[in-house]
Design a binder for this molecule. Sequence first.
Ligand SMILES: Nc1ncnc2c1ncn2[C@@H]1O[C@H](COP(=O)(O)OP(=O)(O)OP(=O)(O)O)[C@@H](O)[C@H]1O
Ligand SMILES: [Mg+2]
Length: 380
Amino acid sequence: MLQSPLQEIKQRYRVVGNSDELNRALDIAVQVARTNLSVLIVGESGVGKEIIPRIIHDNSVRKHQNYFAINCGSIPEGTIDSELFGHEKGAFTGAVAEREGYFGAANNGTLFLDEVGELPLATQARLLRVLETGEYIRVGSSEVRKTNVRIVAATNVNLQNAISEGRFREDLYFRLATIPIKMPPLRNRGQDIELLFRKFANDIAEEYNIAPIRLTDDGKALLMSYRWPGNIRQLKNVVEQLSIISPERMITAEMLRKCDISDDNEAGTGLILAGKKTDFTHSYENERDMLFHVLSSLGKEVKEIKAMLSMSQPSVIQSYSSQDVVPAEEVTLLDDAVLIDKNSIEKALKHNKGNRSKAAKELGISERTMYRRLKEYGLA
Ligand SMILES: Nc1ncnc2c1ncn2[C@@H]1O[C@H](COP(=O)(O)OP(=O)(O)OP(=O)(O)O)[C@@H](O)[C@H]1O
Ligand SMILES: [Mg+2]
C-alpha cells in the first residue's frame, strides 16, 4: 500500500500523532524544505520542535551538506560570536589558532539555531547581516566573508514580548519568521496523548524486557484533561517512571495523581515557596513572571495565615506586615526565596539521565537557578 508523504515522514522520524495541528506543522516543514526561506519554529517547551529542522534539512537540496544544531542559550555571551562567525588567531586571549565558526562550516548547508531568543543583541546584529547579505566577519578580522546558509530557528519564549522589552530585534524577528511553524501544545492534541503514552510504554518495555503499561478508562480521561505544562517531555518522563516503579501494569487515575498528574491541572513540578507548592496553571514566559505570580499568591496566603494566627495568638499578629500582596520591587530580593527541594532536583536529574539543562526545563526553572541550587545542595 502506498503511504502518504506525511506518513512516510512520521515513520522515518518516529513522530507519533495524527492531530490536525501536528500534521499541519509537518506539512509546512516538508513544503518549505524545497526553498531557502528562513523558518522559525515556535512552541512551548517539550512539544517536539527539534525534529522540524532535521526534516527540513533532510528534504532539501542541501541534504548532503553540513547540518549543525546550535543551542544559543547554552553558549556563553563572551564566546558566541566566535562560535558562530569564527575568529582569527590572536583575536582575543586564548585564541591560539584561527576558527572557522558555524557560518563558515555550514556553507551550502543548514544551521539550526535553537533557543534563538537567548542571543545577545550584538550577535543578533551580526546574524541579521548574514541573513540579509550572506556576509559576515570573523571576530578580530576585517575581511568580509561570504556564506550560503539556510537558517532554521526555534524558540519556546514569546519573541513579541522580548521585542517589546528591547531584548530581541524586531527586524531580525521578521527576517527569521519568513515561514513560522507552530508546534502545538500536548493538551491540544487529543488522541495523540494516548498514542504517545503507548509509544513510550512500548519503547521502555522493549528496552527493559518488561510488560508495557496500559491505561484504565479513568487514567485515560485524566491524561486527556491534564494541562501538560512540560508537554511531550513530561509525558515521556511519567510513562518511564510508572513503567519502572509500578508493580501494576494497568495505570489508573489514582496512580497518575501520585505522579503529580492532577485533575486541578496543577503541574506538580516540585516548586515550593515557604514550604507550599505553587500553582503552575499558567504558562510563564520567564522566571520573573512566575515569581510575580508566586508572590501575589503568597500575598493572599498571608491574609489567611494572619486570620489563623489572630485566632490562636492575637498579640503576635501585630508584628506581621499589613500588606496583603508583596510589592513588585521586592521580587529581586525574594529571588532566592524560591526553593526547589533537593528531592525534586534529584528526581528531575534522574529522569533526564543527569542532563542539567533538561532537568531545569522539567522543573520550570532557568539553568542559572538550577546551578545555584545544585551548588547549595552539594549536587554540583
Ligand atoms: N511526535 C513525537 N513523537 C515521539 N516523541 C516525540 C514527539 N515529539 C517530541 N517527542 C519527544 O519529546 C521530547 C521533547 O522534544 P524536543 O526536545 O524536540 O522539545 P522542544 O520543543 O525542543 O522543547 P524545548 O523548547 O524545551 O527545547 C523528546 O524526547 C522528543 O524525542
Ligand atoms: Mg529544544
